[in-house]
Every structure is written in structure tokens, then in C-alpha cells.
Design a protein around this ligand. Structure first.
Ligand code: SAM
Length: 290
């Protein structure tokens, strides 16, 4: 058996792309291909709380927009015994999400499809709950929320778990936040914006939602259980195998190393920088369709 990094195949389960093909993937197809399990910083406790706020219950029909590799969707379907449809614009995310549903024996409870938040392939009034987890911050909220209202049943809930910047924030921190936003806009080619709690609330109001409620969590690590998260991902073995594949790829490709460098700079600015972190966090916000 050879152990040199150069000779490692980047074989991701059933698919296999060349390094050049991987380099050319869009950011989220790349993340899907690498099987990155989740993106939200609040962990499972933030998902539990969002489900509680949206009163998700047995046999309800829940739409998860921008479901990524399906991790949160499968967790919600299993824990709350509801039926989840997950859509994502990135094909490789949906491939992984379907694999996850099979691995977790949840194919009767979850249904993953390629789809666009701005043009949902569902009838009006067809879901009890619509959720976005670290997705609406990448979208044009006016356009997306209009679609979310359309597919929700009357009295249905929109629940979001997204980052925010404080309503009051000093100028030097604003400049840094803008730099962080720009990094993620460039990497993803999406209009990534950190809104203030008031701006998020206004987005719900403008989309006609009522009984809007916003909960801010300033310390993103609060209540995050690393061991529970790793267990949910599929254990330490799976976690380390994802890390290893990312390292092997970095060793092979300068382009990928540059991409990792940008991601870690953006994350540092938005999650760990002393100037910005007192003013940033994530929030859970809900509203009801009248
Ligand atoms: C930061 S990831 C979050 C994934 C997942 N919700 C999670 O928390 O792990 C953002 C996701 O939104 C998806 N996305 C971006 N624009 C979209 C759109 N217009 N319609 C559907 N999905 C979209 C991306 O492909 C990506 O999977």
C-alpha cells in the first residue's frame, strides 16, 4: 500500500472526479463533493430551538431550502417525525444528501431534490414549515421570502437560522465585516450579507409575515456539543476521513490551497476577530403566514 499524498485518489464514495474537475466546481458543489456535513455555527441545539419555535411536529410537511448535504434535514425528520423535503441548487449537495438519507434509513421521511429558492417547484400552500439554515443570508431576501410565503400553508411558519450583525456597530468593525462579506461573495458568487436583527425583522414584515419573533445568540459556541455533533456526522472515523480528503486535495492543488486560504480568512474575520466578534452572532427568527 502506498502512503504518499501525491498518489492518493480523491475518491469520494460513489463518485470520482479528477483534481482539475474538482478545482472547477462552484464553491457549494465543491463543499458537497467533499461531503462537508454542515455550515451553521449554532450546532444541533440551534436546530432543536428553531424546530421548537416553528412548532414542528409529527407528520408535518417541512421544506428545508438550501439543505446542503442533508445533515440538518435528516436530523429534523428523525427527531421530530415529520416529512422533510430538502432542496439545494448545488447538484453535488443533493447527491450527498440522498446518500445520507439512505445511510440513515430515512428515505421514507426525507426527499432531496435539486431546486432554486427563487423559483420553488412546489404548489402554493403546500408546506407547514419552511426553514433556511445559513442560506437566506446568501439570498436576495425580497425574492426568496416571496417564494417561501407562496408555498407555505396559511398559519405555516417560516423559520430561519442565519448570522446577524448588531444594529449598533462601530465604524472599524463595519469595515472588517464588509471585508468578510466580500470574501464570501467572491468565493460563492452570491450576494452574501450580514443583516441586522432589525433588517431581518423587516424582511419578514415586508413579506407579510405576522407574529415575528427574533432570538439573538451572540456567542456562537454557546450550547454546542462537539461530541454530539461528531456522532451525528457519522462518528470520528467519518469526520477524520473528510478532513483527510480535504488535506490530500490541498496537497495536490495550488488552486484549492488558495480557496482554503480565502475561506479561513473570511471565517477568521466573521467568527474570531476581536474587532468584529462582539457585534456578530447568529439569530433564530420566525414568522407566520397570515
Ligand atoms: C452555507 S450552506 C448551508 C447548508 C445547510 N443549510 C447547512 O446549514 O449545513 C448554503 C447552501 O445554500 C445553497 N444555495 C445557495 N443559493 C441557493 C438557491 N438559490 N436555491 C437553493 N439553494 C441555494 C448552497 O448550494 C448551499 O448548499
Amino acid at each position: 500500500m502506498t502512503t504518499s499524498i501525491e498518489s492518493q485518489e480523491i475518491q469520494m464514495d460513489k463518485e470520482s472526479l479528477s483534481t482539475e474537475e474538482i478545482e472547477d466546481l462552484s464553491y457549494y458543489d465543491f463543499m458537497g463533493y467533499m461531503d462537508v456535513p454542515f455550515f451553521n455555527i449554532g450546532g444541533l441545539s440551534s436546530i432543536d430551538r428553531l424546530a421548537e419555535l416553528c412548532k414542528i411536529g409529527k407528520d408535518q410537511r417541512v421544506l428545508v431550502v438550501g439543505c446542503g448535504t442533508g445533515w440538518n434535514s435528516c436530523y429534523i425528520a428523525r427527531e421530530f417525525e415529520c416529512n422533510v423535503v430538502g432542496i439545494d441548487i448545488a447538484e453535488h449537495m443533493i447527491t450527498r444528501a440522498k446518500e445520507r438519507a439512505e445511510e440513515m434509513n430515512l428515505t421514507d421521511k426525507v426527499d432531496f431534490r435539486i431546486g432554486d429558492a427563487y423559483n420553488l417547484q412546489f404548489d402554493d400552500n403546500s408546506f407547514d414549515v419552511v426553514l433556511t439554515v445559513f442560506v437566506s443570508q446568501f439570498l436576495d431576501k425580497t425574492k426568496a421570502f416571496k417564494e417561501f410565503v407562496r408555498v407555505l400553508k396559511p398559519n405555516g411558519y417560516l423559520g430561519i437560522n442565519e448570522m446577524y450583525k448588531a444594529d449598533e456597530i462601530p465604524l472599524n468593525a463595519i469595515d472588517k465585516v464588509t471585508e468578510g462579506e466580500k470574501i464570501f461573495q467572491d468565493i460563492t458568487d452570491l450576494p452574501f450579507t450580514l443583516n441586522t436583527p432589525t433588517e431581518w425583522k423587516n424582511a419578514f414584515q415586508n413579506a407579510t409575515f405576522v407574529e415575528i419573533y427574533v432570538e439573538e445568540i451572540q456567542d456562537p459556541t454557546q450550547n454546542v456539543s462537539v461530541s454530539k455533533t461528531i456522532k451525528e456526522i457519522g462518528g470520528y472515523r467519518k469526520f477524520l476521513s473528510i478532513l483527510w480528503k480535504m488535506l490530500v486535495l490541498a496537497a495536490k492543488s495550488k488552486k484549492i490551497r488558495k480557496k482554503y486560504g480565502q475561506i479561513s480568512k473570511g471565517k477568521r474575520i466573521l467568527l474570531r476577530d476581536k474587532t468584529t466578534s462582539p457585534y456578530l452572532g447568529y439569530l433564530l427568527a420566525i414568522g407566520i403566514k397570515p
